[in-house]
Ligand binder design. Structure first.
Ligand SMILES: CC(C)=CCC/C(C)=C/CC/C(C)=C/CC/C(C)=C/COP(=O)(O)OP(=O)(O)O
Ligand SMILES: O=P(O)(O)OC[C@@H](O)CO
Ligand SMILES: [Mg+2]
Length: 230
């Protein structure tokens, strides 16, 4: 059920902590992007998540909630999938299984059909996600390839996510991840602000994610990143 997320080439990540006028939402949902992911590391609450969900849910585009904490793991009406991260390259167990334990320890009911686990490899130490999770971002291509194998071959995560949130990544590192991945869908996100960057990472990863550019560059840039991968 609902497995067509595997075919997405372009995902737009919207941050519940940031403001979007309704006109902007209409431009985003008609940009050609394959799905919207509602996510952020800092200042995401059930309240601002529900507000954003309400703003985007009328357009028929697939909606993913990607919670950074158990209180944001919601399965409400319009949500199609819950993509739940675990960070591979941290020594802080909270971000690998700890939050997950706390979530399931207190959850009332989980719709497991909607849950898709994601193995994050976080590579920008200055991003909120890098700082919060204490990820070791000094990895070589060989290191990243080994983490990809741990995630894909050993743990069998359906998604491996190379995360450079806020900065454009090293294509060589993403290439190393792509060569190591066998079954998982490979996501790339971070700093995509042009068609050229979208095309470059889109050639290597299965799915690219565009986040900040939506707020900082505007709709023409988003459209150009979509065209570059479709
Ligand atoms: C168990 C549950 C339900 C939740 C825990 C999930 C975990 C382990 C989260 C760890 C952090 C993480 C990988 C969050 C995913 C979302 C993400 C990377 C958002 C982008 O964050 P930034 O862009 O750095 O942050 P801001 O946009 O808030 O500045
Ligand atoms: O906001 P940007 O830098 O586009 O990154 C996208 C996404 O990977 C963040 O989780
Ligand atoms: Mg962000």
């Amino acid at each position: 059920m609902h497995a067509n997320w595997k075919t997405w080439a372009h995902v737009t990540k919207l941050d519940p902590d940031k403001h979007l006028p309704q006109e902007a939402v209409e431009e985003i949902v008609t940009s050609g992007t394959d799905a919207l992911m509602l996510s952020g590391t800092l200042n995401v609450t059930r309240e601002n998540l529900h507000e954003l969900l309400e703003l985007v849910s009328a357009y028929g585009l697939p909606l993913v909630v990607e919670p950074a904490s158990p209180d944001c793991a919601i399965f409400d009406g319009a949500v199609d999938h819950l993509f739940v991260p675990s960070v591979m390259n941290t020594n802080d167990v909270r971000w690998i299984v700890g939050k997950h334990y706390a979530w399931l320890r207190h959850a009332s009911s989980i719709d497991w059909e909607m849950v898709v686990p994601e193995a994050y490899i976080v590579l920008n130490p200055n991003s909120a996600v890098g700082r919060v999770t204490g990820a070791d971002c000094t990895l070589s291509g060989e290191d990243v390839a080994a983490f990809v194998e741990v995630a894909d071959r050993y743990f069998r995560f359906p998604i491996v996510y190379i995360e450079y949130s806020g900065t454009y990544g090293d294509p060589g590192i993403v290439q190393a991840a792509s060569e190591a991945v066998e079954n998982a869908t490979l996501y790339y996100g971070g700093g995509i602000r042009s068609a050229e960057q979208a095309a470059e990472m889109g050639r290597i990863a299965d799915t690219i994610v565009v986040g900040n550019a939506v707020y900082e560059e505007g709709i023409d840039v988003l459209r150009a990143t979509v065209r570059a991968v479709q």
